[in-house]
Ligand binder design. Structure first.
Ligand SMILES: CSC[C@@H](O)[C@@H](O)C(=O)COP(=O)(O)O
Ligand SMILES: [Zn+2]
Length: 242
């Protein structure tokens, strides 16, 4: 029998219905279709979240991210972290606390990918540490003198983009059994590296964020380009830093 009472959180459809392709509920669906074609969000892994004004738009958990529709999207009040729209029979993405960590630090969009290049880079950094008899925990991915580094901003506490001669440093955190258990180490890495716009997760993928959707997307593309290049460089015996 249909419920007689429908809570506010189950309705509020107006928050996700819009003709504007850049409305977050539409934009998340379009972006995830694009990311699926790049191998970033296949098999339900990965995702993306957008903040607009006081609201955070979040995809459901465990769904085919490339098939999502705007009415599947959750809406959260950032200030008090309460859901003001909750689609029935769905759970919000397990990545939600990690996306919130980026929004708490001023991001407008956060992208999580399961890109194989990101995963391989974390394995190569681990392997190099072990080869040198070191602990891989706490080691970062570092690369320099590659033009695409200029696609990454200098950092939250700085103005402008990195230059060709700057070294890009991407922290790596260790994976956990459950996505939400990554939150503490992700936040610690964000505090330790306040200028980072991406954090790799060992054997898992990467979180990339930006001040707005366009910046998060182009930065995610630049990071992925560099991860892929780094894997190929390693295969050819070329060093990432001089
Ligand atoms: C292939 S399952 C991957 C998930 O466990 C997780 O890593 C992930 O990225 C997506 O979580 P989800 O809750 O579906 O948004
Ligand atoms: Zn994941």
């Amino acid at each position: 029998m249909a419920a007689l009472h429908t809570s506010l959180a189950e309705t509020n459809d107006h928050l996700v219905v819009s003709d504007d392709p850049e409305h977050p509920a539409n934009h998340i669906c379009t972006l995830c279709r694009n990311f699926y074609s790049q191998g970033w969000v296949g098999g339900t892994g990965g995702g993306t979240s957008i903040k607009r004004g006081p609201h955070i738009f979040i995809a459901p958990s465990g769904v085919q991210k490339e098939l999502m529709q705007p009415h599947n999207i959750f809406v959260l009040e950032h200030a008090n972290r309460s859901y003001i729209r909750k689609p029935l029979d769905l759970k919000p993405s397990a990545c939600t606390p990690l996306f919130l960590a980026a929004f708490d630090r001023g991001a407008g969009c956060c992208i999580h990918t399961h890109s194989q290049w990101a995963v391989l880079v974390t394995l190569l950094v681990e392997q190099e540490a072990h080869t040198n008899g070191q602990d891989s925990k706490g080691k970062c991915f570092e690369i320099e003198k590659i033009e695409q580094i200029k696609g990454i901003p200098q950092g939250r506490t700085k103005q402008g983009m990195l230059g060709y001669f700057d070294k890009l440093v991407v922290p790596i955190i260790e994976n956990t059994a459950h996505e939400e258990d990554l939150t503490q180490s992700l936040e610690e890495a964000m505090e330790k590296y306040p200028d980072a716009y991406a954090i790799l997760v060992r054997r898992h993928g990467v979180y990339v964020w930006g001040d707005n959707v366009q910046k998060a997307k182009t930065q995610a593309e630049s990071f992925d380009y560099l991860f892929r290049l780094a894997v190929e460089m390693k295969r050819l015996g070329l060093p990432w830093v001089a």
